[in-house]
Design a protein around this ligand. Sequence first.
Ligand code: F6P
Length: 325
Amino acid sequence: MTIRNIGVLTSGGDSPGMNAAIRAVVRTSIYNGINVFGIRHGYQGMIDGDINSLLTTDVSNIIQRGGTILKTARSKDFMTAEGRAKAYAALKSHNIDGLILIGGDGTFRGAVKFFEEHTIPAVGLPGTIDKDLAGTDFTIGFDTAVNTAVSAIDKIRDTAEAHDRVFVIELMGRDAGYIALNSGIACGAEDILIPETATHIEEVLNRIEADGKRKKTVQIIVVAEGDDFGGAAEVYNAIRKRLPELDVRTCVLGHIQRGGSPSFADRVLASRLGHAAVNALITGNTQVMAGVVNDRVVFTPFDKVVKGNTPISPDMIDMIRVLSV
Ligand code: F6P
C-alpha cells in the first residue's frame, strides 16, 4: 500500500529530543513526497481531531529545543473503545494512512489496544526519559535526563561536603531505575535504590552508620521515585529515626529532568529513528517500534516492546558497593 498522508504524535511524558524526532519524521516524509500531519496532545488530539498539516519550515529551529511542539498528554478517553473509535474516525477524515507514534510504555500499550480494533500502518519511536522499553539500547531523552541529574547532584555534593551532610536525592522513574542507577554511578553516590532490586533499608542504615564511624560523613543516596521502599521522604524518615545525630537533607529533582536542550546523543538518536521510522512505513514494515541496538537500527513489534524485559546489568549493581568504599 502506498502511504500518502502520515500523522505524527507525541504521547505520555515529554522527553528531550522529541522535537528532533518530529523534525526528522516531517523532513523524511516530505523528501519522499508524503504529506505530514501533526496530531497535537497525543492520542487525545487524535480523538478531538486536533490535526494540522506540517511543512518543512514548521520544524525549522527545533532540533535543539526540549519539550514537544506537538504537545503531549496521557489520554483517559483513549483507554476506552469509544475513544479509540473516535480517534480512528478522525484519522480517516483526514485521509491519514500511516502513523508515527513517539512515546513510552503507555503510548505503546495504547497502540497495541488500538491496532487490535482498527487497522492503520504505524511505526513507533521510543520517546521517554525512563529507558524502560525493550527493543532499544537507548530511548530519546534518557541521555539528556541523566546529564541533567548528574549536573544537579554534582552541585548538591559541593554543599553536602561543605556541611558534612547526608543527602537523599530522588530521581524520576516510576517503574524503572535507569536514571537513578546511571546518575548515581556517574556522581559516585554512596548508595542507589531502584525498583529493580529489593531495598533492604536496614542494610542501607547499617552502612551509613559504619561509614560515619570511619569519618565518611558525606553521603549521597540516590533513590528512584518508584523504589520498593519508597522515595526520598521515606528514606529520610528512616535515617532520621535510626541515626538522629546525622544532618540529613532531601532533594526531589522532579520535572527538571524532563526539560532542557537535548544532548547530542539524543538529537542523533531521534534523527536516526525518525528517518528510519518513515522509511519503515514506506516499505511496509509496520506495527513495530524503531530502536537502536549495538548501533544498528532494529524494529520490534509493539507488543514485545511493552512486554519485553529491560534488565539492569548485574555488574552495575555489584559495582555500586565496591566503588563507594
Ligand atoms: O515516564 C516519564 C516520567 O517522567 C516518569 O519518570 C515519571 O514517573 C512520570 O513521567 C511523571 O509523570 P507526570 O509528568 O505526569 O507527573
